[in-house]
Design a protein around this ligand. Structure first.
Ligand code: SF4
Length: 319
């Protein structure tokens, strides 16, 4: 199959400068192998990342015809468009040369805080069932494609991102570990699990079906079951969580004004912070000054909360 590989050597993603390489290779050749062959036969200066070549390490993630993919997992025949394949760097990774990115800044610096090894809690035998979440998370190749799709990283590069939070999940769900609450508290700091907006893009982007957004949601639930609703320096997540539950317990539905005020630190602090937005919302008819009322059946909802509290207290006593 005759192809032109357009390879970005200079410029930015928006204004790329390409070098074109002509190749004649079988259509089942992977894009990664195609790049390696060009580097070996045409241009030894080409810079791109890659390691295992079999979809295990995630290192060769690159933008191919505008979509981010591990280049060793796609064949030239499948991705070419009119016999052209365009290679660019991934979106959020700082580029060091051509399409080679700084892997530390892209992924490892964020992931390392959650990668503290297992701190064993004894030698109790664990079942296959208990290890299912761990095994699932260990299939993560740290390719970073979930981060590429993340709509929070889009506006906040400091957000840990789903790839790093997958590492948190891996250890937080390990039944052999003894510092689960500590890990969950660390993951609940600012830019951690509570900053995910569950847009599900990470789940859409993971090429291995690991559903990273689902894993973040499960880690939150896991935190709550451990009594961890925020990090030491991130009390707004806890306030939001508690006021949300309080509102539903009290009235049977959500009092958005009360939750917003509580999340920002109460009537005075929250009021000052939210006043401009509240005035705008009132003007546009998106908010009302009418008092929040109880819904019919609110008493039944309150009973659900009471039952939940009793059952969690029982579970804690048992464990
Ligand atoms: S969760 Fe999926 S997309 Fe994200 S780094 Fe791991 S393998 Fe890649």
């Amino acid at each position: 199959m005759k192809l032109t590989i357009k390879f970005q050597r200079e410029g930015t993603r928006a204004k790329p400068v390409y070098a074109d390489y002509e190749v004649d290779i079988p259509e089942e050749t992977t894009v990664y192998d195609a790049l390696v062959s060009i580097r070996e036969t045409q241009d030894g200066t080409m810079a791109f990342r890659g390691n295992c070549g079999v979809g295990f390490c995630g290192d060769c993630t690159v933008s191919i015809n505008g979509g981010q993919k591990p280049s060793c997992l796609v064949t030239v025949g499948n991705v070419q468009k009119e016999n052209v394949i365009t290679i660019q760097p991934v979106r959020y990774a700082p580029v060091t040369k051509h399409v080679m990115y700084d892997a530390d800044k892209f992924i490892w610096d964020k992931l390392t805080p959650f990668a503290r090894g297992l701190v064993p809690n004894g030698d109790r035998p664990v079942s296959d069932k208990e290890l299912e979440p761990v095994r699932k998370a260990m299939r993560c190749t740290t390719c970073g494609l979930c981060d590429e799709g993340c709509s929070v990283i889009d506006v906040n590069l400091d957000f840990y991102g789903p790839a790093a939070l997958m590492k948190l999940y891996r250890f937080a769900f390990d039944p052999r570990d003894s510092i689960t609450a500590e890990r969950l508290t660390q993951g609940s700091e600012t830019n951690g699990i509570w900053d995910c907006v569950h847009c599900w893009e990470a789940t859409e982007h993971c090429p291995f079906g690991l559903e990273p957004t689902h894993r973040i949601m499960e880690t939150r639930d896991h935190g709550v079951s451990y009594g961890v609703r925020s990090g030491h320096g991130n009390k707004s997540a806890e306030r939001h969580y508690d006021s949300f539950a309080r509102s539903v317990e009290r009235s049977g539905w959500l009092d958005e004004r009360a939750v917003a005020l509580a999340s920002y630190g109460g009537l005075v602090k929250g009021g000052i912070k939210l006043l401009p937005m509240a005035l705008k919302a009132l003007k546009r008819g998106k908010a009302t000054l009418k008092p929040h009322h109880k819904r019919p059946g609110a008493g039944e909802i309150k009973k659900i909360f009471e039952r939940y509290r009793r059952s969690t207290a029982d579970r804690r006593k048992e464990s």
